[in-house]
Design a protein around this ligand. Structure first.
Ligand SMILES: [Zn+2]
Length: 354
């Protein structure tokens, strides 16, 4: 499996450096303080989504809550009852009996209500923190926000019982906030077999003559410490999301590369009527955030793509197609940059086996 390096290939259109400026600075200063320059200059006004925004997520936490309490082969039935309340999911007739793979593929909330209740809030929180949620990732530009992973110590009695919080958290709702960069790191860990890597935006510093002044090596911060079989079950689920009929991103599957991923639709705070916004603006801000996080190729991943379309609506419609285009473009560029294999010399007639 490709060892995902943590190198950020692209991060939102606002992060932009003039190559001439870079070269001048490196040439004058020997490159040592280029990182400070990046931190100060790029970090100050770039709208780097990785640092500036935390949004509720619905996908990873689902898998995480299952990992905390569940064997990949366990199954959960259609309806889930807590007290007098019987939950159903958005498929009126229910999804039937599901295992983890198919619960991820079809994004069945009821499955996760059940596993979330079984795991409890603190197990979900512990598992989420292992994946890097709730803390800065260590990005070399600094100034990250940590996001929020609630546990039994942080919730207040007025906001509901720990059990209710656990069920909410299991589908990534409630107080949970995550950043796109945390998503990328968590996804890389699922894809690479369990390594939490340091995301790095600077690959190397070169002098104007091309001499490498400093190279930044991939860094593994820690291991997830999960069984290979658990991560394999998650990967199988994320593969099925895109590549099996009934998966929520089936319509975004690619012909040229096998992509795995997960849709997410994150609820937003509903605006009050007193906000006095025109109907169009009101409708925009009331719409959910659309997520899609992907890696590819599914069987031997080398790249992770995270799309957050703010107020875009459904993840399957408003984020998965964009992620698929990015993945497709990445592999197209790679193919164009890879020289064609050398043509083998024609076989001499005498060596052809009859
Ligand atoms: Zn369901």
């Amino acid at each position: 499996m490709f060892e995902f390096s943590g190198q950020i290939l692209d991060c939102d259109g606002h992060l932009y450096m003039e190559p001439d400026v870079m070269a001048e600075i490196v040439g004058e200063a020997g490159g040592g303080w280029i990182i400070d320059y990046l931190r100060e200059y790029v970090g100050s006004d770039a709208d780097l989504a990785a640092r500036d925004q935390a949004r509720v997520d619905t996908w990873t936490i689902k898998g995480i809550s299952a990992l905390g309490s569940f064997s990949p082969r366990d199954r959960v039935d259609v309806f889930y009852t807590m007290g007098n309340h019987r939950w159903r999911c958005d498929k009126p007739q229910g999804h039937g009996s599901l295992d983890l793979k198919h619960a991820l593929a079809q994004s069945c909330d009821v499955f996760y209500y059940s596993v979330g209740d079984r795991a409890g809030l603190d197990v979900i929180a512990e598992m989420a923190r292992r994946f890097g949620y709730g803390a800065p990732t260590g990005l070399d530009l600094g100034r990250e926000i940590p996001g929020i992973i609630p546990d039994s110590k942080t919730i207040t009695p007025e906001s509901g019982s720990a059990r209710a919080h656990a069920i909410n958290a299991a589908i990534g709702q409630g107080e949970i906030n995550v950043t796109p960069l945390q998503q990328a790191v968590a996804y890389a860990a699922v894809a690479n077999g369990g390594d939490i890597v340091l995301p790095q935006i600077v690959l190397r510093i070169e002098a104007p003559d091309g001499k490498v002044i400093r190279e930044f090596q991939p860094q593994i911060l820690r291991k997830l410490g999960l069984k290979d079989s658990s991560l394999a079950a998650v990967r199988a689920g994320l593969d099925a999301v895109v590549n099996e009929p009934g998966g929520t991103a089936w319509r975004s599957r690619l012909q040229d590369v096998h992509m795995a991923g997960k849709t997410g639709t994150a609820q937003v705070m509903k605006l009050g009527k007193q906000q006095k916004l025109d109907p169009t603006t009101q409708a925009y801000f009331s719409r959910d955030h659309a997520w899609f996080a992907a890696f590819a190729p599914a069987a031997d991943p080398e790249v992770v793509v995270v799309v957050l379309n703010e107020h875009g609506g459904w993840g399957a419609e408003a984020a998965a197609p964009a992620a698929a285009k990015v993945v497709s473009a990445y592999f197209k560029i790679k193919r164009e940059e890879t020289p064609p294999p050398a043509v083998a010399p024609p076989l001499a007639t005498s060596s052809v086996v009859q």
